[in-house]
Design a protein around this ligand. Structure first.
Ligand SMILES: C[S@@+](CC[C@H](N)C(=O)[O-])C[C@H]1O[C@@H](n2cnc3c(N)ncnc32)[C@H](O)[C@@H]1O
Length: 272
């Protein structure tokens, strides 16, 4: 009798364990019921993984996150996404015939009001579209034509040999250092290039330090972000407010906004 009870208990225990094991292997979606999930059974499933936190801005104002706009590099500075660098393959676009009219480049050169002895730094000079035009206006000064692409530096050197404007000095720089002399620049000019700088804060500090104390100016020329009719991709444009914010971070104050160009702001900054 006792033997029968023990064996019945033993069989029941083994059968119970088998059922429990089988249930544990049922797919989660059926929740062990064999039926499609209902709102109730779904609520019993574990919550979806929490999305990765958006990295905070670092102490210099940079953030890295997936690009909001595919034309940008996914690196942000003070909230603005930085654009890809225009490769040297695009050099012809910088020298296109229509550019003078489209961008009012002669007017821009006049607006800079240079003195014949000025030292000018054309930062992100590209092919030297502006560097060579400015060199004619500073016959007793110099134009430092700064760029990070060796191909652009080769182009600048060849063009200098062709046109004999020996007061243009090509400077191969790095993305964080434009290699400018401290306190030695009367005008730093950045045309359609600043939005590509991937270390704008580090670049900006060197540029600010290079401006001649008291008189040195930075002329920043960027397509107007405030104007939807300017036919340029958003990451290649900049608003006055954003430019002001970024320059304030490196100790420069906005002294003049000139809106005489067809598509671009001309913003003049000085050391505070
Ligand atoms: C769109 S092009 C403009 C060239 C010229 N300013 C013009 O308007 O004809 C931008 C240039 O900036 C250069 N550039 C990008 N990042 C730079 C950096 N951190 N320092 C110096 N040059 C840079 C690129 O190599 C490219 O030649």
């Amino acid at each position: 009798m006792l033997g029968n009870k023990v064996s019945t208990w033993l069989w029941l225990t083994i059968a119970g364990l088998a059922v429990a094991g089988a249930c544990a292997q049922l797919p989660l979606e059926t929740n062990g019921t064999g039926r499609p999930p209902t709102r109730a059974t779904l609520s019993a499933t574990p919550p979806a993984a929490t999305p990765a936190p958006i990295p905070a801005r670092d102490s210099l104002g940079y953030e890295t996150r997936p690009p909001r706009d595919p034309n940008g590099i996914g690196r942000y500075y003070l909230g603005r996404q930085i654009a890809h660098v225009m490769g040297h393959e695009g050099a012809d676009w910088l020298e296109r015939d229509e550019r003078t009219q489209e961008e009012g480049t002669d007017l821009l050169v006049r607006e800079l009001r240079l003195q014949p002895t000025d030292v000018v730094a054309d930062i992100g000079a590209g092919t030297g579209f502006f560097a060579f035009r400015l060199a004619r206006l500073v016959p007793r000064g110099q134009v430092l034509a700064v760029d990070i692409q060796p191909e652009m530096i080769t182009e600048l050197t060849e063009r200098r040999a062709k046109n004999g404007l020996t007061n243009v000095q090509p400077v191969l720089s790095t993305t964080a250092d434009p290699r400018l002399p401290a306190d030695g620049v009367d005008l730093a000019l950045i045309v359609d290039a600043y939005h590509e700088f991937d270390h704008p804060r580090e670049m900006g500090r060197v540029i600010a330090r290079a401006l001649r104390p008291g008189t040195g100016r930075l002329a920043l020329v960027e397509y107007r972000a405030e104007d939807p009719n300017v036919p340029i991709k958003a990451v290649h444009k900049m608003s006055v407010a954003q430019a002001k914010r970024e320059m304030a971070a490196i100790g420069l104050e906005l002294v003049e906004v000139r809106e005489t160009l067809p598509q671009q702001h001309l913003l003049l900054f000085r050391r505070r």
